[in-house]
Design a protein around this ligand. Structure first.
Ligand code: SAM
Length: 238
């Protein structure tokens, strides 16, 4: 069944007017007509069966009928990625949504050499991936921030899984075994972390440095690998 993320509150009988793009997708691409069913979610009210109640060339109108799934969210996992080139950031955001991250935070490190990102485009990518996976929320994409600022404001109750390409960290699967609770995964830029960043990270009590094996991975591969390992060791794949 088609799943659509909408910002509206969802309750029995609630009318929902999709955006122009969503209407076009429903009526022109998927050819839904009046009476057709689809699923709606908004990140707050679970998932709802809905029907098309009006379909014209100008758009369509939907009505929420009944709740089919109560609201639930996955494990409390953030992904923090140093800004890399646009196509890689987009892949990372899509995969983060598929792999169950709750939030993607973009960061600038000493060696980050990309400073522009289209947040609206990343929001749209996260939303489409969430629609496709069946999850009931859409990961939030946070505004870029400097790594030092993120670390200064860190809540020590959240474990920071530092993907350290230096070669002397424990293998991720060992380091993450038996861990639980809120976590964030940190991935560096193409140039890696500067020595002083590595030093600071490794001194912080809430940081768990991990290795992703003997090969240096690109940032997108590293992000996907680390999220997979975390989900298997400490998340909802157990
Ligand atoms: N230029 C760096 C170098 O050659 O050492 C490589 C940086 S890598 C392309 C980007 C990021 O992916 C790293 O900063 C790290 O966070 C993560 N990463 C890549 N390979 C890794 C590995 N084998 N173990 C842990 N983290 C890794």
């Amino acid at each position: 069944m088609i799943r659509l993320f909408v910002p509206n509150d969802l309750s029995a009988g609630a009318g929902v007017a999709p955006t122009v793009d969503q209407s076009r997708y429903l009526t022109q691409v998927m050819r839904l007509a009046v009476g057709a069913e689809l699923a709606l979610f908004n990140g707050r009210d679970g998932e709802w069966r809905a029907t098309v109640v009006e379909a014209t060339k100008r758009g369509c109108l939907l009505k929420a009928e009944d709740q089919t799934r109560p609201m639930e969210t996955g494990p409390d996992l953030d992904l923090i990625i140093a800004m890399v080139k646009r196509s890689r950031v987009e892949t990372i955001v899509e995969k983060a949504a598929e792999l169950g991250a709750r939030r993607v935070r973009l960061t600038m490190t000493r060696r980050t050499n990309v400073d522009f990102v289209k947040l609206g485009r990343l929001d749209a990518i996260a939303m489409e991936a969430a629609e496709q996976t069946g999850r009931l929320d859409v990961p939030e994409i946070a505004d870029p921030e400097k790594l030092d600022k993120i670390l200064d404001a860190w809540d020590p109750a959240r474990r920071l899984v530092f993907c350290d390409e230096g070669g002397d960290a424990k293998p991720a699967i060992e380091a993450l075994a038996g861990t639980g609770g809120p976590a964030a995964i940190l991935i560096g830029p193409e140039g890696g972390f500067a020595p002083e960043e590595r030093e600071r990270l490794r001194e912080l009590s809430f940081v768990t440095p991990v290795s992703l094996g003997p090969r240096i991975l690109r940032a997108d591969t590293a992000a996907i690998s680390a999220m997979t390992l975390w989900q298997a060791a400490a998340g909802d794949w157990r």
